[in-house]
Design a protein around this ligand. Sequence first.
Ligand code: NDP
Length: 381
Amino acid sequence: YTQSKSLLFSSFGEPTDVLSLHTHSISPSLPSGSVLLRTLAAPVNPADVNTIQGTYGVKPPFTPHLLGAPQPSVIPGNEACFEVTAIGPNVSGFSRGDWVIPASTGFGTFRTHALVENAEKSLFNITSGDPSKKDGLTPVQVATVSVNPCSAYRMLKDYVDLVKLSIESYQKGNDVTGGAWFLQNGANSGVGRAAIQLGKLWGLRSINIIRERSTPEQTESLKQELRDLGATVVFTETEFLDRSFRDRLAELTNQGKEPIMLGMNCVGGKSASAVVKALSQKGVMVTYGGMSRQSFPFPTGPQIFKRLRFEGFWLSPWGNENPAEKKKTIEEVLQLMREKKFQEAPVQEVTWDWDTEEKTLKEAVQGTLEGFRSGKGVFVF
Ligand code: NDP
């Protein structure tokens, strides 16, 4: 029997209030079609906390008798890198030692082991029996590839053809280093850092907005960190919201002749309103996060006179509607990681071993929405 531990919740609320650590054992005789996984790494994303709070776009069903828990429960967590440790009857395409990730959201990854039925449908196999596919990758990279980099990739590709705009600009005789612009707030988030890097690889230029740190030195150091990743320019939110930003923008965009057609909004509130102001004629604003917990007006003037488009991006339904495309996106980013062309976002590793206390695990989840963090929390096993 395999002894396993999982974080569970059986009602919505703050993670430290509603999560509990549950132990159960998994029988060595696996059901048909299933595989047994050992978790190697699992990040805590903002959406996981919102799901536990009951404020996310989709509420998970509480499953009766889940892992023998006394009350109907949910295992939180959407992303992880797992290792296949045992394979049940009637399963093909898996070898022991393979690294796999959940194929869709709602998997429940905050646990040491997972017995996965319908393995072929439920999992993406990263290695498929070829251990050399792990070369150049870490479990943390694999565990964090499917949400943040995938979202950044889709938002940069699916709303405005920035690459085409760049080519048109070169054809007009502009410098090849002057690719099309995009603008984003929350630029130091996992999604933001992924967008910076992909944008750079695709020849695009980015205007990146971050919140001020507690000292000017720390702010400058974060700006530098993002420029090192490939950011063209980085501004603080204060600089962005100041009247003088208009002039800076005019300078950067050659008086608007090199337009800003895509704005990516992670934050909402005033910052989002400033993104709207900065967009050029017929630009698109894609909202994917609301970290400030504030909404923003859809201002009438710019909507009409700049003919702006407002779109919402949500990865989970996109992935369900486009599973093959999702797999391709993930594979492409993993390949960039292997080639050292793409860095994962900074993380704070939280070791989860047999003796780790429930309190430590719950606090790691709770801390996710705090802001000004040095990195995303990731359980490593
Ligand atoms: P990370 O945990 O990597 O980063 C969090 C980011 O939010 C940081 O940039 C942080 O800035 C910022 N932030 C935190 N608190 C505030 C606040 N009060 N006001 C303004 N900014 C704040 O996040 P992820 O990249 O994983 O996710 C970022 C957002 O994107 C989340 O809202 C998440 O739900 C959303 N998302 C949405 C997806 C979708 O499909 N729609 C997919 C993936 C992510 P600072 O360092 O200054 O605190």
